[in-house]
Ligand binder design. Structure first.
Ligand SMILES: Cc1cc2nc3c(=O)[nH]c(=O)nc-3n(C[C@H](O)[C@H](O)[C@H](O)COP(=O)(O)OP(=O)(O)OC[C@H]3O[C@@H](n4cnc5c(N)ncnc54)[C@H](O)[C@@H]3O)c2cc1C
Length: 398
């Protein structure tokens, strides 16, 4: 580790790794620091990702793919299931990754491109000069050090501490922090080709419970709740334990994790003088699916491209870095984030009876034959009592 780089990346998750790789490939001197002793341990994730999305960043490799997924199923409180066999572009659904190996592979690729990778090194404060970020104060294997850089990319995940220390507002409203718990379970009966999402306020208030296959009779079984309705004091883990006891009484738990997923809108601004915020730290997790791996890689790569241009021109001011912020907001990812935020706000208003009604209607429709607006029109025809809710959904989606 040197004391001076073009680009310093804080955090060795997918956002940081893609950023470091892209920046190093563009010819910058790059350092990526990770506070934990090893990359990919532990990872808080259900590990699902769309096939086409993944392929935009890395060639799929069986070393870090646990399962191939043919369909996603939404299961209503009454048990009705709606199966989505393909994504909207007609591609097969996705993979469940082995994130421990996947994250290491991404960081290894960054190292291969020329980035210095330093573990057991925690950023503890930004180096600030005249209001601009000029690097980070770190504790490296317990020893204090300064690492200076033209641009710092903050990829430190949900806590988003670095951006906050640098003066950005990273607050997540309490009701928009999804509280999660997950078990890696084995000896359970599952559909190995399907990622299943269980909906309903008894199962997962204002959230959902998931079963993502990881191999033979093995799956990530997890839950995320936002909790306004769990007034009896139950936590995410309590709901998960009840589901597991009922559905997988003979299953064995191999690993347990807990964490938070921000299902809020992205940061109001993701750049400052000498600083760019990427991945979960920028709050770009999809508020509906909780998926953030793809968006982390997208923002990491884009930020590194913009930073490289700014370094070449010798101007890393907020104004010069702003095209990163503007571009991701205008991108497909930015549009989907905004739309899905509104859809999430809509869905959490539905009680179990309405979820059942919707699922019963959709289950009897061939989804492939309908555009979104035609589907909603059909649902209104079948469920006149839900006219107002469905009109609100149509206004959000169309
Ligand atoms: C329970 C759960 C289930 C999920 N399931 C899915 C899923 O199925 N599919 C999906 O796409 N997404 C899922 N997500 C979200 C996904 O895990 C994240 O969106 C993704 O990991 C974001 O990548 P990142 O690089 O931004 O952050 P992270 O992967 O969180 O990486 C941040 C890194 O920064 C390091 N760090 C933090 N602070 C410092 C510091 N001060 N100094 C140095 N290093 C630091 C951390 O140790 C960490 O390694 C899930 C999240 C949770 C909590």
């Amino acid at each position: 580790m040197k004391s001076n780089y073009d680009i310093l990346v804080i955090g060795g998750g997918p956002a940081g790794a893609l950023a470091a790789k892209t920046a190093a490939e563009a010819g910058n001197s790059v350092c990526i620091i990770e506070k934990r002793p090893a990359i990919g341990t532990p990872v808080r994730c259900a590990e699902g990702i769309g096939k086409e999305l993944l392929k935009e960043y890395i060639k799929p490799d069986p070393r870090w793919i646990s399962a191939e997924i043919e369909r996603a199923r939404l299961i209503a409180p009454n048990g009705t299931s709606v199966s989505l066999e393909q994504d909207r572009a007609g591609n097969e659904v996705g993979y469940v990754l082995d994130r421990k190996v996947f994250d290491r592979e991404l960081v290894w690729q960054a190292a291969e491109a020329g980035a210095d990778v330093v573990v057991k090194t925690r950023a503890i404060a930004p180096i600030m000069e005249n209001g601009a970020v000029r690097g980070a104060k770190v504790l490296s294997a317990g020893m204090p050090a300064d690492i200076r850089a033209e641009v710092v990319l903050a990829a430190d995940g949900t806590e988003a501490q670095f951006a906050r220390w640098a003066g950005l507002d990273t607050t997540v409203p309490l009701r928009e922090m999804m509280s999660c718990a997950q078990y890696l379970m084995t000896d359970i009966d599952i559909d190995a080709g399907s990622t299943d999402f269980y909906l309903g306020n008894e199962i997962a208030p204002e959230g959902y419970l998931w079963v993502f296959p990881k191999g033979d009779r093995t799956a990530n079984v997890g839950i995320g709740i936002t909790g306004r309705k769990s007034r009896d004091g139950s936590r995410a883990k309590d709901y998960l334990d009840r589901f597991v006891a009922k559905n997988f009484p003979d299953g064995k738990t191999i690993e347990a994790i807990a964490g938070g997923v921000p299902v809020c809108r992205p940061l109001a601004c993701t750049v400052a003088d000498g600083l760019m915020v990427i991945g979960d730290a920028a709050r770009v997790v999809d508020p509906i699916t909780g998926g953030g791996i793809g968006n982390a890689m997208y923002t990491g790569r884009l930020a590194a491209q913009v930073a490289s241009r700014c370094i070449e021109r010798g101007n890393c001011s907020k104004e010069a870095l702003m095209p990163y912020d503007t571009e991701w907001r205008a991108s497909r990812m930015g549009t989907i984030l905004e739309r899905n935020y509104k859809v999430k706000e809509y869905f959490i208003t539905l009680d179990d009876a309405k979820l059942n009604t919707l699922a019963d209607s959709i289950a009897s429709i061939s989804l492939k034959e309908f555009s979104v607006s035609a589907l909603i029109k059909e649902l209104i025809k079948r469920n006149p009592k839900m006219l107002l809710e469905l009109k609100a959904l149509r206004d959000t989606l169309v």
